[in-house]
Design a protein around this ligand. Sequence first.
Ligand code: NAG
Ligand code: NAG
Ligand code: NAG
Ligand code: NAG
Ligand code: NAG
Ligand code: NAG
Ligand code: NAG
Ligand code: NAG
Ligand code: NAG
Ligand code: NAG
Ligand code: NAG
Ligand code: NAG
Length: 778
Amino acid sequence: MRLFSLAASLAFASIGSCITTSNNSTAGIEALVRRRLPDHVNSFSFTLSHNALQTNSTLPANDEYTVSNAPNGKIHISGNSPIALATGLRWYLTNIVHVDIYWFIGSQLDLAPARLPRLNSTYHGASTVPWRYHFNTVTFSYTSAFWDWDDWQLQLDWMALRGINLPLAWVGYEKILSDVFTEAGFSNSEIATFLSGPAFQAWNRFGNIQGSWGGDLPPSWIDSQFALNKQIVARMVELGMTPVLPCFTGFVPRQIGEHYPNASFVNGSRWSGFETEYTNVTFLEPFDPLFTTLQKSFITKQTAAYGDVTDIYTLDQYNENNPYSGDLDYLRNVTSNTIQSLKAADPDAIWLLQGWLFYSSESFWTNDRVEAYLSGVDNSDMLILDLFSESQPQWQRTSSYFGKPWIWCELHDYGENMGLYGQVENVTINPVAALADSSTMVGMGLTMEGQEGNEIMYDILLDQAWSKQPLNTDKYFHDWVASRYHGARSLPNGLYTAWDTMRKTVYNNTNLNRAQAVTKSIFELAPNTTGLLNRTGHHPTTIQYEPAVLVTAWTAFYHASSQNPNLWANEAYTFDLTDITRQVLANAFYPLYTTFVSTSNNTSPTYSAQKASQTGQQLLHLLSSLDAILSASPHAHFHLSAWISSARQHASNNASLADFYEYDARNQITLWGPDGEISDYASKQWGGLVRGYYLPRWERFVQFTLNGTTGANGRNEALRRSLLEFEEGWQVQTSDGQGEGGRGPPGYGWGWPHQGGGGGNLQQTIARVVREWPSIFG
Ligand SMILES: *[C@@H]1O[C@H](CO)[C@@H](O)[C@H](O)[C@H]1NC(C)=O
Ligand SMILES: *[C@@H]1O[C@H](CO)[C@@H](O)[C@H](O)[C@H]1NC(C)=O
Ligand SMILES: *[C@@H]1O[C@H](CO)[C@@H](O)[C@H](O)[C@H]1NC(C)=O
Ligand SMILES: *[C@@H]1O[C@H](CO)[C@@H](O)[C@H](O)[C@H]1NC(C)=O
Ligand SMILES: *[C@@H]1O[C@H](CO)[C@@H](O)[C@H](O)[C@H]1NC(C)=O
Ligand SMILES: *[C@@H]1O[C@H](CO)[C@@H](O)[C@H](O)[C@H]1NC(C)=O
Ligand SMILES: *[C@@H]1O[C@H](CO)[C@@H](O)[C@H](O)[C@H]1NC(C)=O
Ligand SMILES: *[C@@H]1O[C@H](CO)[C@@H](O)[C@H](O)[C@H]1NC(C)=O
Ligand SMILES: *[C@@H]1O[C@H](CO)[C@@H](O)[C@H](O)[C@H]1NC(C)=O
Ligand SMILES: *[C@@H]1O[C@H](CO)[C@@H](O)[C@H](O)[C@H]1NC(C)=O
Ligand SMILES: *[C@@H]1O[C@H](CO)[C@@H](O)[C@H](O)[C@H]1NC(C)=O
Ligand SMILES: *[C@@H]1O[C@H](CO)[C@@H](O)[C@H](O)[C@H]1NC(C)=O
């Protein structure tokens, strides 16, 4: 049991106020069982013990649960919070029944047998931290921008079962904000030209960008997202979570001076090379009394909409956007006035801050500035997310944020990029060590920019929050495999050996100088003879393991289906086979690329035009093979068409609105900005995108290189123009999802396909690709 010093306990004096609002009822977990285990509504009993606060502190207690056999034949789960009950239920379902609920695959809980196994002994679980957090502000754009209620219901059940009790809830923010601005006298068009498009709202919320390219955000979007969030927040509360809601940040339409000539405002920096029309966002200074007026208006309206469900507010004013001044008094003034505005609206308010700024703008945020900035707020009134703890922790250099409570977060993925990747040591060993070293660490959580593959790396951190010792990764991977493919005794051994091989290699990067997050493949970048290989940092293009090792794992995994052909009907198997095959082919692109660059160099003495052309064709053929696999996969997660149709469906039957949403969706994953400001940041390895976007770019590259126009250092203005012309044209293509990687059956949601089985096409396509590429698959 972890003890807080008295000083630390006092520091948490008001955090407890928020937990009284979380649902003190078993109704939420019982409803989850009805949704996901309809045949087992009578198989479980739940009791909730008192929801204690920590001794001499109002920080919520660590969660605890007990799973036991009840005399009436039921499995009995007791716990001290609704989320403790959900976590206990998942412990039973994964460890004893071997079923779970997964991103992109959906719920497999209904595969539990009619007769549930009894326990051999009572099991007791306890969290090591009171808070388990989920979401990054940008996850709402990269992952869930176009989700509907079904997608959200699955997501929220996934979160509850994994013990998350502190989730962000950004959806629908624009409704309250617009109402506040309207009340403050701004016109509809001033508001409309401030807000950003549906796929870019996160950066508008951060004050990085303003306005929208390609069309304005329509009122119908704002209203329907608001309605959606009413459902989301109510479900969060029902499940026992404390939602973190937004508040007024200070970012306002640029016409503020016309409405309030005496207002104090400044302009934010130019973000990521955007034209000032879209950035340079106007920021109302928190010491201006208007700031508090707007804050009170915002919180009042929001509480009226969702109920008094939280006291924790997400608020970031300087995310990739430096303060107007680095003066210490100014920084203290900003935070002290900001928290006062929140307290004026909600006396128990707690400010949740994404700590990203202190890392991304480390040269501005010297320790004395961090200290001054944080000192404007009492320790008990703030909660800081150490956003990238596995690679770039900031809590040490800031002495645990100078005493503020903080949460250890795994970021792992940027831009929802797709590459098999993990730092399995950092997410097991480091948070346990941090908890011992910092008395104000109060949580663990996930802050991925996008939910992508690599789910095991996210699961393990959330499970680590319930273990005092670093988890044994050998056992963890083994047990994870047993429930992933739901069968403990019957699974072919190849599944276990494949994952164990990946555990020690793909998922065990220890060289953070070469990579710190999910890898990209070079084929997702604009083709060039230079500059693509060996990129490090957030979007590394390095491969951290011997590629042949992944082929070994692939072989074991693929051949498991010869031993047990039923695996072709197993959705987790077809999903993972798609993903691992994808990575094998992506890795194989590297040597083909290097060979092409050297053989096509016509100044080399051994140059052969025929050889050059041949290697160019191979390079392109590999991309076609990759696209064939992705497109044949039964999983929407690998299809461009799913992303596009999920965007279009929000426009109902309004075709021109649907075209705008499609443009927004296409633009985010490719040019990211009207003129390619952050091109390829959020690239994806999707069927339809590989064939329709990356392949044509590489075709142009091969053509230009073969006719000898690519100069030294990759400089070729004609090729650059040709690529840009193609990329811009691709943005404005429209479709109803057909012709781009195949359209899923009706009800084929973005995040969560609802159809079953269907690995047949994938099976044939993989067999064909394996025959075509003996050089890769052996
Ligand atoms: C939750 O409910 C239990 C049982 O009704 C009660 O003893 C406990 O005081 C409640 N806790 C809170 C924080 O409301
Ligand atoms: C909690 O506070 C009470 C009364 O203030 C005190 O007697 C007790 O020793 C404290 N317990 C701990 C663990 O600090
Ligand atoms: C309970 O113990 C028996 C006998 O050792 C074993 O066969 C069975 O798998 C165990 N069940 C569970 C759920 O652990
Ligand atoms: C708890 O959830 C149940 C079931 O949805 C609901 O009826 C009840 O009103 C909720 N209680 C609170 C305090 O929100
Ligand atoms: C930023 O916006 C302000 C107010 O709209 C304007 O005065 C200023 O010129 C803009 N800065 C740039 C670089 O365009
Ligand atoms: C913050 O700065 C403003 C403007 O300089 C000043 O009027 C105000 O008194 C300051 N407030 C605090 C708390 O320092
Ligand atoms: C991550 O783990 C490696 C060893 O596996 C270690 O060298 C490194 O310092 C860790 N990184 C951080 C940020 O703690
Ligand atoms: C990860 O790599 C490090 C450094 O090579 C090694 O010490 C450690 O045992 C490896 N961990 C796993 C899980 O393979
Ligand atoms: C990339 O790194 C590898 C391994 O360190 C090295 O062999 C290769 O020369 C590097 N390539 C480039 C283009 O820097
Ligand atoms: C082609 O080879 C020459 C030397 O033969 C070298 O200087 C040049 O950089 C190479 N060009 C490319 C694009 O690799
Ligand atoms: C090289 O090929 C490209 C694409 O076919 C073409 O546009 C360009 O004009 C060609 N350049 C030369 C010098 O032949
Ligand atoms: C390739 O990269 C170099 C260096 O960044 C750049 O100057 C050149 O324009 C790029 N080539 C193309 C075709 O974009």
